[in-house]
Design a protein around this ligand. Structure first.
Ligand code: DGT
Ligand code: CA
Ligand code: CA
Ligand code: ZN
Length: 588
């Protein structure tokens, strides 16, 4: 049992209680409990096992007992009983865009809906449209939501699989018969979503490794077990493949199973052109080598290939980072020594899109600042929501001014620490492209993130115009989550991204890489173009808690996938240079 699983159970209980229309205090207690578990700074699982939860603010006796039961037995009787009162598929309904507990309860009580399949049926039959508060438009939206989910079935976001990867890798690495272990496939390439996870080990006697792999906790079904290859399906629905090779095959196997397929195809052709056949086990000589190939390859015999760099070197290429292996120009760049030196997590000096309890964040200004300091950052930008974001408890003029003052005061205190807070705001871009605050107030801020939070249904031309108008405001420092997508849940709204990139270049507006694993927006596929046009990025976690700051991990992976270097991300700049960059647009 890990903390995330415990918080999921509490959150699910809250949802089920809501469906039962239990009193809101009870529901809130479980939701609060889930948040506490999720954001607890220490090892809450061990504390729960040891029955040492007393004194943690917000966790009452009943919750402490339940967490103890969960942590010690991996089960919770109360939860199991509650679940048994509903159809098995009821929880998946919460994942459909546009459905909340009230609507789900109604669908369940009136029409017996207990799964997404049921929901689809009653939407198509016309039954759902007759329910109170539904109607044709709602039903149409629900059907679109279901279709979007179906088109992404069996895909997982990074945050859903990253803990699995860590767990499986450490299990494999600890195995006495394993010398090397790596995750491969799309996960290693840093894709925003993956279909399955691929693991690779070098092992002398793979059979015992396979046994341990198929027997690990969380396995729901063994899809196959062989001597060098096994597949399992986890309870979470994630499929994991494991391959075992000999140690001297490991380098080639890792290249092969990291992919992408498109990248591999070009590598294999390149090997063939040089008189070698390349597969997952290594290079073998093919007959009829032409003299020119021999000359170009420069070798007749195969040296030992210890690691991936050796494999690429053998093909006359610089080492290509996994994130770049999509056959989008990396092989040509590796041939001519033009690969970029990709940005790294340790290059970050701060970030700019963060929320506090002043709007919809879970941590106070001070808590956020201290967490940033713990991460070794030199600065942190605070950008709470603006007044139009009512649901997110956006700040009005008065409370924003008060926050600015608070930030200036804290900065005096933090000066010795080497931490600087920047006062910003995540302002709503209104329907016509104007900004939620007037220029006078914007001028008081150190920087501004402008984002679209509503009216996603404009035509592409109108949406593009709206966003470009916002960028034309000299106070708008950067553009937040450009397309509004929520991975696997909500598609991007219609917008002309190449026009947005042009406008960003023209106006000097920074574009954010929103590092929240649900967003990873602007998508990595656009960044090469953006950089060519001279656009800078800011890797922003959009943190709503201290833990949320760590989402920059996902953002950096996506930035790397977009070929970005340290010089392309403004939040790699040291404190002495960043303040100037934030002011640049206003001075133009
Ligand atoms: P996904 O769909 O998110 O799981 O993406 P990948 O890239 O992880 O794809 P997967 O799991 O089917 O295969 C892992 C790697 O193995 C893939 O990136 C490249 C390699 N591979 C698999 N099948 C083929 C193939 O037919 N030809 C080549 N050249 N490589 C393959
Ligand atoms: Ca895969
Ligand atoms: Ca696979
Ligand atoms: Zn936002």
């Amino acid at each position: 049992m890990i903390a995330d699983q415990m918080s999921d159970v509490l959150r699910n209980i809250a949802r089920l209680l809501e469906l039962k229309e239990e009193n809101t205090f009870k529901v809130r207690a479980y939701n609060t409990g889930a948040e506490i578990v999720e954001n607890f700074p220490g090892d809450i699982v061990s504390k729960a096992v040891a029955n040492e939860l007393e004194g943690i603010k917000g966790l009452g006796d009943a919750l402490q007992q339940k967490l103890h039961e969960l942590a010690t037995t991996g089960k919770l009787e109360y939860y199991d009983k509650l679940k048994a009162e509903f159809p098995e598929g009821i929880m998946e309904l919460f994942e459909v865009q546009g459905l909340g507990p009230k609507k789900i309860a109604l669908l369940h009580q009136q029409l017996g809906v207990g799964s997404i399949a049921d929901l689809k049926r009653v939407c198509q039959s016309g039954a759902a449209a007759k329910l109170a508060g539904f109607g044709e438009k709602t039903v149409q939206k629900l059907l679109e939501g279901i279709a979007f989910r179906e088109s992404h079935a069996h895909e997982f976001r990074q945050d859903q699989v990253a803990p699995v990867v860590a767990r499986v890798l450490s299990m494999l690495k600890e195995h006495p018969d394993v010398s090397r272990a790596e995750v491969a496939g799309s996960y290693r390439r840093g894709k925003e979503t993956v279909h399955d996870l691929d693991f690779l080990v070098a092992a002398k006697s793979p059979a015992t490794v396979m046994d341990e792999f198929v027997g690990m906790s969380g396995v729901k079904q063994v899809l196959g077990q062989g001597e060098t290859k096994s597949s399992v399906l986890l309870e979470s629905g994630v499929q994991c493949d494991l391959r075992a090779v000999k140690n001297d095959e490991f380098a080639c196997a890792l290249v092969y199973f990291t992919g992408s397929k498109e990248h591999n195809i070009v590598l294999r052709q390149r090997a063939l052109d040089r008189g070698w056949s390349l597969n997952e086990y290594g290079f073998t000589r093919v007959g009829g080598v032409s003299p020119s190939n021999k000359q170009e390859g420069g070798r007749d015999a195969l040296d030992t290939l210890n690691d991936e760099a050796d494999v690429y070197r053998f093909l006359g290429l610089d080492f290509i980072e996994p994130e770049l292996r999509e056959n989008t120009g990396e092989i040509e760049a590796a041939e001519s020594g033009k690969l970029p030196k990709l940005v790294e997590l340790s290059n970050l000096r701060g970030c700019f899109h963060n929320h506090t309890t002043a709007s919809d964040g879970k941590a106070t200004l001070r808590e956020m600042a201290e967490a940033a300091h713990e991460l070794g950052w030199q600065y942190l930008g605070i950008a709470d929501h603006s007044k139009s974001s009512v649901i997110a408890n956006g700040l009005d003029e008065k409370s924003l001014l008060a926050q600015i003052t608070e930030i200036r005061q804290l900065n005096e205190e933090y000066a010795d620490k080497g931490l600087r807070l920047f006062a910003g705001s995540e302002v709503d871009i209104l329907k016509d492209g104007s900004i939620d605050f007037d220029d006078g107030l914007l001028g008081e801020l150190d920087y501004v993130v402008a984002s679209v939070h509503n009216i996603f249904t404009l035509s592409e031309a109108e949406q593009t115009k709206r966003i470009i108008r916002a960028m034309e405001n000299p106070h708008v420092t950067m553009l937040g989550h450009v397309t509004g997508r929520l991975l696997l849940e909500r598609p991007a709204y219609a917008v002309n991204i190449s026009a947005i990139i042009d406008a960003a270049a023209e106006t000097g507006t920074i574009i954010e890489i929103n590092a929240n694993p649900w967003r990873l927006d602007l998508d990595w596929r656009w960044w090469k173009l953006a950089v060519e046009k001279g656009v800078k990025c800011s890797i922003n976690p959009d943190a709503h808690s201290t833990r949320g700051l760590q989402d920059v991990f996902y953002g950096v992976r996506i930035a790397r996938k977009g070929w970005l270097t340290k010089a392309d991300a403004v939040n790699c700049l040291p404190l002495v240079e960043i303040a100037e960059v934030l002011r640049m647009k206003r001075k133009r």
